[in-house]
Design a protein around this ligand. Structure first.
Ligand SMILES: [Zn+2]
Length: 343
């Protein structure tokens, strides 16, 4: 079975996250299904949803045209929520269920030995939990943080996330703040990948101008095929190529479909078509996978993380060679993480 690297999931904040190791009845990701799908490494996002006073998370609106602007959240609340969610991953590692990948050797080990527990990359999706002085960043790094998105789709001390809009250009407002620029520079020094997904276009170019590279967007799609604010324009794709970077193709139907309909009956082939478009434009060495499992509506035909081999079949069907599939499924992610981590 071909080892797969998945660039984004939200499983750590699922309601039944306590069943990640043993298996959940619903959702998209747990460790038994990860194994069944051949997914040997995945980026586990720590995302802080809006406070709900202890209630269940509200269902996310799925049609991009209907999503209201997200309010900023209290950084103290974010710090508490995010440290708890990250603690869940640390507990899984302590139990021997995953290895938190801190260096390339951790990825290579799980790639080469299917008997090892999978690798999990700790990712912070929106940096509200980090103070603008970046003191907490040091602690997160020590805990294994190796990937960070300065913003989710809402304003923070670090920048302005791109609101969910469709159809819309990603050019929706100002980019990084001065604190955001310091955050990106410090991540580059420490060896934490800076993820461009959820930044607006100004923020994207701010990161590019800082020379922080390679440019990586972990879970997004092609704006030319589906003109949503969260997707990358051809000009942005070209910049990703020029930096040696990567686009993780998202499986969220709302970003893939040109009509943005939240329709579960969307063919897996549409994910492959976005991958083919990006590969045609900037080369297959800049394409990866970035599901958004447990964070979005995905095609029923794919189902969950155990269904990933069906996506690999769809990628082969649109013309990717075996070698290109190896690159898309694993090698490209390994390359860009190595460039950021430098070890
Ligand atoms: Zn996201």
């Amino acid at each position: 079975m071909r080892p797969v690297f998945d660039g984004h999931n939200d499983a750590l904040i699922a309601d039944d996250h306590d069943r990640l190791a043993s298996g959940r009845s619903g959702g998209h990701v747990d460790l038994p299904r990860m194994r069944a799908g051949g997914v040997r490494a995945a980026i586990f996002a720590v995302f802080t949803p809006p406070p709900t006073d202890g209630q269940r998370l509200p269902p996310r609106p799925e049609r991009l045209t209907d999503v209201p602007l997200a309010d900023p959240i209290d950084p103290r609340y974010a710090a508490q929520f995010a440290t708890r969610a990250a603690g869940r991953l640390a507990a899984l590692e302590r139990a021997g269920a995953v290895t938190i990948a801190r260096r390339l050797a951790d990825l290579d080990a799980v790639h080469d030995d299917p008997e090892l527990p999978p690798a999990a990359i700790l990712h912070l999706e929106g940096a509200e939990a980090i103070d603008p002085e970046l003191e907490a960043l040091e602690l997160w790094y020590a805990a294994g943080l190796r990937s960070l998105g300065p913003v989710w789709s809402r304003p923070t001390a670090f920048g302005h996330g791109v609101p969910f809009r469709a159809p819309s250009s990603p050019d929706t407002g100002p980019g990084l703040t001065e604190a955001g620029k310091r955050l990106v520079a410090r991540c580059a020094q420490l060896g934490i990948l800076v993820d461009l997904s959820h930044l607006n276009e100004a923020g994207f170019w701010d990161v590019a101008q800082l020379g922080a590279r390679p440019l990586v967007a972990s879970h997004t799609a092609a704006h030319t095929l589906a003109p949503a604010s969260r997707n990358l324009t051809d000009r942005q794709l070209d910049a990703v190529r020029d930096s040696g970077g990567l686009v993780g193709i998202v499986y969220a139907v709302g970003f893939l479909r040109a009509d943005f309909e939240p329709d579960r009956d969307t063919p897996v082939e549409l994910i492959a078509r976005h991958a083919a478009y990006v590969a045609e434009r900037i080369g297959p060495e800049h394409v990866g996978l970035g599901s958004d499992f447990d964070g979005a509506l995905i095609p029923d035909e794919l189902g969950d993380i155990a269904g990933v081999p069906r996506l690999l079949d769809a990628l082969a069907a649109v013309g990717f060679s075996d070698r290109e599939l190896d690159a898309i499924a694993w090698d490209n992610w390994r390359r860009v993480l190595g460039d950021w981590w430098r070890s």
